[in-house]
Ligand binder design. Sequence first.
Ligand SMILES: *Cc1c(COP(=O)(O)O)cnc(C)c1O
Length: 425
Amino acid sequence: MTRQLTYETAIALDKQDSLASFREEFYLQDNQIYLDGNSLGLLSKRAEKTLHTLIDSWKTLGIDGWTEGNYPWFYLSESLGDKMAQLVGAFEDEVIVTGSTTTNLHQLVATFYKPAGKRTKILADELNFPSDIYALQSQIQQKGFDYQEHLVQVKSADGHTLKEEDIIEAMTDEIALILLPSVLYRSGQILDMKRLTEEARQRGIVIGFDLCHSIGSIPHELSEWGVDFAFWCTYKHLNGGPGSVGSLYVNRKHFGTAPGLAGWFSSKKEKQFDMEHTLTHAEDAGAFQMGTPHVLSLAPLIGSLELFHEAGIEQIRQKSLALTRFMKELMEQELKGEQFVFRNPDQDDRRGGHLYIEHPEAARICRALKDEGVIPDFRTPNGIRLAPVALYNSFEDVWNSVQILKRIMKEELYKKYENKRGVVA
Ligand SMILES: *Cc1c(COP(=O)(O)O)cnc(C)c1O
C-alpha cells in the first residue's frame, strides 16, 4: 500500500463519482450506513412508485389489469425479461422474469438434466449456497439415482475459493450437467464463466450458472460465452424487494426445448387461453414459466431496472470495484494488529461486489456494528460480509463505517454481546 487514506480522500472520491446522484433515489435511514445490499437491496423511490402504479391498476381495472393499464400484467414477465437481458448479456427472448432462484433451478435442471448411458452425474462445488445443493440432490433423486454418488462437488483447497483447473478436471465423461455460482456467496470470488463454458462445451456437457451474487453488480456476456442456462434472484443487488420475482435465461440454441416442469404459463401467449389439454409451449425462455406471475412482487422491479439502465452496469461495476478496493485498503490501514482476515480474491477481475472478512468474534462484532448504525451481514461461523453498493453507498460511508469498526475494536464494545448468530443471519 502506498497512499495514506484520510477522510479527505473519501470526500474527493465522492466528488469524482458520476453515480453519486443515484443515492437520492433511495430510502436511506438517518444515522445508518447500510452495507447489506448483497442480501437485501434497499427500496428506491422508483420501485415504490411502480408498485403503487400496479396496486392502482388492480384497484381501478380489476380483471382488465391483465391486458390494460400502463403495465398489462399478462406481458409483464416478458417485458421485464427484455429489460433484464442487458444485465446478463443476452438476447431479449432468452430472459424471462419468473419464479424464484430455487424454483427456477428446479425448472432448468428438470429440463436440461438428461442422464443417459455413462453420463448420469451432476457437477457442482462444495462452497455453493445450500438451497442449490438441496435442489440438485432432490433432482437426482427424482431421476431414481443416489445423490451421494451422482452429485460430484468440486473441493476447495483453501475453504474459500475454487480453482477453474479443479473444476475442469472434474468434467469427466460421467458428467451430464454442471451447475456453478458466478460469484461465490461468501468469498465473493468470480468464477471464469467464459472459460468454464468453453471447456464444458468441448466435452458436450450442459452448463448453467446461479447469478444471485453477480446480477446487478457485474456485467455478463451469457449469450456470447454460450452459457446454456442461468437463473438469479432480484432482491439482492437488483433491489426488487423481499421475495421479489426471480429470473432465468436459456440460450437460443435450446429454443423449442419442452419445459421439464410445465404449466399453463409455459404456453405460447396466443394459445394459452385456448385451454387445450395439449400444451403448445413457447419457443423462447417464456416456455420455462409455470403458473400465474406474482404481479405485485414484479412491480418494484419495473422502477428498479430503470435505475440500472440509467446508471449503466459498466459504470456500476467500476464504482463497486473502487468502493471495495477503498474499503479493503482502509481496513488494512486502520485496523492493523486486529485479527481480521480478508477472504476475497484481491484482483479486480476476480472480486465480486462484497468483501468477506473473518474474525473469531465475528458474530458479536456484527451485533455491535448494528447497534452503532452500520448494517453488515454475518455468515456463520465467523464471517462478516460488507457490501458498499454503487447505487446508494458513498466513499464517505466506507470511511465512517471503518471508523466505527475501529472504535468497536479499540474500546472492545463487542464484548457486551454474546458471540452467537440471530435467527436471520
Ligand atoms: C440468495 C440465494 C439463493 C436464494 O434462493 P431463493 O429461492 O431466492 O430463496 C439461492 N442461491 C444462491 C446462490 C443465493 O445467493
